[in-house]
Design a protein around this ligand. Structure first.
Ligand SMILES: O=C[C@H](O)COP(=O)(O)O
Length: 223
């Protein structure tokens, strides 16, 4: 298939979320994010300060994860984690949804978790749904609560339980009709996969393979 000429670099959250991530890798990810002009580097809270120093006055922003990867920390702990991350320089917060609350229909608990993070930090909040673990009804419910609570993006996956699919991105896009951004994440390994997700409606791509995806694109352009 011929793909349209889409520049994916500004859509990429350059994710470094391996539990063994080191400060040296954070430096490498920040250099790459600056070189390729990615949207953000996405690092664990413990590395936000370092990434913010390295990206000071540069285009890529610092994104971090909250309640990652299970979403099962308390509401207060998530809010504190988010506030501390913002103090340390994060401007994007990828919050893992309380999946047990969603599964039991406790929509109030989810709203009470997400809304204060949006209101009190004033930053870009992206809620990670972990779509591979959800039914369509649960995805729909989660999307509605996140929009009500003031989140800016629905993010499909942590990358720990499978990843984004074209059908999930289309489903979320059709459901939300532009009311909220859609981030496809987890398991994006080829440029074709990345472009298919963007064509399906993803407005951000969370991936640990951003530079490889751009290299694959360059290779294709030369063919
Ligand atoms: O966007 C966040 C994900 O953790 C990235 O997953 P990945 O390592 O499969 O690309």
């Amino acid at each position: 298939m011929d793909y349209p000429d889409i520049d994916i670099a500004p859509l990429i959250d350059h994710a470094l979320l391996s539990p063994t991530a080191t400060p040296e890798q954070v430096e490498k990810w920040c250099r790459e994010a600056d070189r390729f002009q990615f949207a953000t580097v996405c690092v664990y809270p413990v590395y936000v300060k370092l990434a913010a120093e390295l990206l000071h006055n540069k285009t890529p922003k610092v994104c971090t994860v909250i309640g990652f990867p299970s979403g099962a920390t308390t509401t207060a702990a998530k809010l504190y984690e988010a506030q501390e991350a913002v103090e340390n320089g994060a401007t994007e917060l990828d919050v893992v949804l309380h999946l047990g609350a969603l599964k039991t229909g406790n929509t109030d608990a989810i709203y009470r978790e997400i809304a204060p993070i949006c209101e009190e930090t004033g930053q870009t909040v992206k809620v990670i749904l972990e779509t591979t673990l959800l039914t369509d009804t649960e995805k729909q419910l989660a999307a509605e609560i996140c929009i009500d609570a003031g989140a800016q993006y629905l993010k499909t996956s942590t990358g720990w339980h499978g990843g984004a699919t074209v059908s999930d991105v289309k489903f979320l896009k059709d459901l939300t009709k532009g009311q909220i951004g859609i981030e496809a994440s987890g398991g994006i390994r080829t440029i074709e996969q990345a472009l298919d997700l963007v064509i399906a409606g993803a407005t951000r791509l969370g991936t640990s393979r951003g530079p490889e995806l751009l290299q694959q694109r360059e290779g294709k352009d030369k063919e």
